[in-house]
Design a protein around this ligand. Structure first.
Ligand SMILES: N[C@@H](CCC(=O)N[C@@H](CS)C(=O)NCC(=O)O)C(=O)O
Length: 208
């Protein structure tokens, strides 16, 4: 049984969206954010206190993009994965890893120091610097989509679109999306129009 612990629109949206795209049966546990404070019992399950927390029997994963790879490998074959024999395997792997380490990481500093901390602990300079960091790094997506590509790699929708697409969801919440490139914004519109994306939004019970 595939089981996902998730907070609405947090990074655990990546695996939720993948589960819906692959139309796999799963159990979803919705938690308030941040679970470390709002659902302290969760720490007994995941001592990191972070979501996603994902189990498949005895297998446990806590990295959102890693779960996409895990599902593609264990529940495939699926066109959502790019195989090593395909020409775009290298950019596919690179984008999967970049999605969190390079794109979402700076966004979470903006989120924390602009919005989540109590007003006296906010750090506008840190938030502004990491907003610039994110926007500069995210130019890689605009370049990847140059020459009118519909999807990031392999001429089809893949797990790389899910992993990196989540950064657009967060950018919209942070009011940064309008500062990304035109190709990026058009791609994000295509992503949101997917049935899998819509089902994932419905599954978390919100349009947050
Ligand atoms: N690299 C991990 C990061 C996991 C993570 O930090 N998740 C955030 C939510 S977006 C979290 O649980 N934050 C709450 C906290 O740190 O207490 C991933 O991609 O899943």
């Amino acid at each position: 049984m595939l089981t996902l612990w998730h907070c609405a629109d947090a990074r655990s949206f990546r695996p939720l969206w993948m589960l819906e795209e692959m139309q796999l049966p799963y159990t979803l546990h919705l938690l308030p954010f941040p679970p470390r404070w709002q659902a302290p019992d969760f720490l007994a399950l995941n001592s990191l206190g972070t979501i996603p927390y994902f189990t498949d029997g005895d297998a446990v994963l806590t990295e959102s993009s890693g779960i996409l790879h895990y599902l593609a490998q264990t529940r495939g074959p699926t066109p959502l994965a790019v195989a090593p024999e395909e020409p775009d395997f290298a950019p596919y792997v690179n984008l999967l890893f970049q999605s969190d380490a390079t794109f979402t990481f700076p966004q979470t500093l903006v989120l924390r120091y602009r919005l989540l901390e109590p007003p006296e602990r906010r750090q506008p300079k840190v938030a502004d610097d990491y907003a610039k960091w994110f926007l500069a790094r995210f130019q890689a997506v605009e370049r990847q989509l140059a020459d009118g590509r519909e999807w990031l790699v392999a001429d089809r929708f893949t797990a790389a679109d899910i992993a990196v697409g989540y950064a657009c969801l967060l950018a919209a919440q942070l009011d940064l999306l309008s500062q990304t490139g035109a190709q990026t914004q058009a791609w994000w519109a295509r992503l949101q129009a997917r049935d899998g994306f819509r089902r994932a939004k419905l599954a978390q019970g919100s349009s947050a």
